[in-house]
Design a protein around this ligand. Structure first.
Ligand SMILES: [Zn+2]
Length: 150
């Protein structure tokens, strides 16, 4: 999935479960994009110097930053600001969930197995397009009501 799709997926998941605080939504935005810092051309990766290139050329794409281990470590780090842990989890899990239906990720890194759930052999670009179309239809039919700020 591309960054915009991850962003839409993460923020939508967050507002549906009741997260409406701007600060918490900012955490969701970052956590829904964070995993792709292992690519230099990702939405977040292009703003971070050196690290995406190092990750991409040493560990490869969709490895460490797409793992339960990485998410758990960051979740623990966020315990200093516990109101950010739940939003982080929503964004991070939404990213992994969307990637697993459009590709394969090393969920158990450092174990090199990669997991993916191909949707009936439909090419990932069509899965992403269908997801965005469904999101657009949901918005038109009233989904926008979830997007209010407190
Ligand atoms: Zn990803």
């Amino acid at each position: 999935m591309n960054g915009v799709s991850h962003l839409v997926g993460g923020v939508t998941a967050a507002v549906v479960v009741g997260i409406h605080s701007p600060a918490q939504l900012a955490v969701v935005v970052v956590s829904s994009l964070l995993s792709d810092i292992d690519r230099q051309n990702s939405l977040l990766g292009r703003w971070i110097p050196v690290l995406p290139s190092v990750l991409e050329h040493t560990l490869g794409k969709r490895t460490l930053t797409h793992s339960i281990f990485f998410g758990y470590c960051l979740w623990l780090l966020l315990s200093v600001h516990s109101s950010w842990q739940w939003p982080f989890l929503i964004g991070y899990v939404s990213h992994l969930s969307l990637d697993v239906v459009t590709g394969r990720i090393a969920l158990l890194w450092p174990i090199p197995w990669k997991f993916g759930v191909p949707l009936f052999g439909i090419p990932p670009v069509f899965v992403e397009a269908a997801a965005m179309a469904a999101w657009g239809a949901w918005m038109v039919l009233g989904g926008y009501n979830y997007f209010y700020l407190t």
